[in-house]
Design a protein around this ligand. Structure first.
Ligand code: ARG
Length: 398
């Protein structure tokens, strides 16, 4: 009997060819697994297609809830952005997909896992490292990294084996989408001097099309996790989907950056991440009210470490768990409301309040009711500036 292999199947040309290629080249029985992380595809069509192109079994797994609770929300608590801009949508989904592939491989008694990544990107690293840390005994095959076929050869291969080509006209871009954002690469975007054309965007309106009138939203958080919009409580999936639509309608969340890939190259990346943009801005605003200065400052450093680690495919490590433990601990009092104003590509925080707010009006005010003891400032400054004063006296001339 042939050995079983679990393939991360997207329904596209590459992974469809991979089903046949894995049989031909290695003699595997291929189990196709398609994972729903909020990419809004027709999963029944994909499921059937896998069987049509030769998979012995085809599974579709809805992982949206786990994605939101165990990957997106921890990243939101951290305010995670890679190189200041990228909210890590793809990078966060890869370890979850790796984990599910391993689970299916165990349940099906498969000895190998395959994915459709090429040898140039970050995703191959995230899959391989993720799978290796969860199941070091499983063999990993990356057909697109091995076969060396051009797009034309791929189409010929598909024709030869009766693999249906995608009916929709092929996008000039390489796209990856999930609940936390969409990434768009390739085509004219490969020249960093070219402004991204409108057809590279689909989640967000252009500034011209976005409504003139601003829209206000009130987002409620409990311990760093968003619970409701405008008083309407909803689960994480719904909340993120709604925010993607509402903020996308105002042209919010477009990102255009040059990114340092893990494999040593710089790439021009464009993203659309309306919900991530709004939620991170709102969450940060609530933290500015409820965290002490030292927590706020140190947590930022932790967030930068966390973001790099996620980008670099090291999710299943003790280091990631330790960072998350710290980040979770900081969220004990990050509960309250944030009011944001959405208009013409901008999300502006215009109000914040919390039962645990450290803001004291009586200390901050310049008007009636000021309780701040200004006379205490004199002694404070004397001691605070003492080392600077002494150093100035002794070493300045030298
Ligand atoms: N540059 C982003 C990242 O590394 C997005 C990658 C998108 N992946 C893809 N296969 N199109 O996370």
């Amino acid at each position: 009997m042939a050995e079983k292999l679990v393939l991360a199947y997207s329904g596209g040309l590459d992974t469809s060819v991979a089903v046949r290629w894995l049989q031909e080249k290695y003699g595997y029985d291929v189990i196709a697994v398609t994972i729903d992380v909020g990419n809004e595809k027709d999963f029944t069509v994909i499921k059937d297609k896998a069987l049509k192109v030769g998979a012995i079994k085809s599974l579709v797994i809805d992982a949206r809830k786990e994605f939101v609770n165990d990957y997106i929300f921890p990243a939101l608590k951290a305010n995670a952005l890679y190189e200041e801009y990228y909210p890590l949508a793809t990078a966060l989904a890869r370890p979850l997909i790796a984990k599910i592939l391993v689970d299916v491989a165990r349940a099906e008694g498969a000895k190998a896992i395959a994915h459709g990544c090429t040898g140039k990107g970050n995703d191959q690293v995230r899959f391989d490292v993720g799978i290796n840390s969860l199941a070091p005994d499983l063999k990993i095959v990356a057909p697109a990294r091995e076969w060396g076929m051009t797009r034309e050869e791929l189409i010929q291969y598909a024709a030869k084996y009766g693999i249906p080509l995608p009916i929709t006209s092929r996008s000039p871009y390489s796209i990856d989408e999930n609940l936390w954002g969409k990434s768009t690469e390739c085509g004219v975007l490969e020249d960093p001097w070219n402004e991204p054309p409108e057809d590279a965007c689909s989640w967000t309106k252009s500034l011209k099309e976005a409504p003139e009138e601003p829209e206000y939203l009130e987002i409620h958080f409990e311990q760093g996790i968003p619970q409701s919009i405008n008083g309407q409580k909803m689960d994480g999936i719904t909340l993120i989907k709604q925010l993607n639509e509402i903020a996308g309608n105002h042209g919010i969340g477009r990102i255009d950056m040059i990114e340092n890939r893990l494999v040593g190259i710089k790439s021009r990346e464009t993203y659309e991440a309306p919900a991530a943009h709004v939620l991170i801005a709102a969450h940060k605003a609530l933290e500015s009210l409820t965290l002490a200065k030292a927590q706020y400052r140190f947590k930022n450093m932790v967030a930068s470490e966390f973001s790099n680690l996620v980008y670099e495919g090291l999710w299943f490590t003790a280091h990631r768990e330790d960072l998350c433990a710290y980040i979770d601990s900081t969220q004990r009092f990050v509960s309250g409301d944030v009011r944001v104003k959405l208009n013409k590509g901008h999300c502006t925080v215009v109000g914040r309040r919390s039962a645990y707010s450290l803001y004291s009006h009586n200390l901050a005010t310049y008007a009636e009711g000021d309780e701040f003891d200004q006379s205490a400032a004199v002694g404070f400054i004397k001691l605070w500036g003492l080392p600077a004063k002494i150093q100035g006296q002794i070493q300045k001339e030298k």
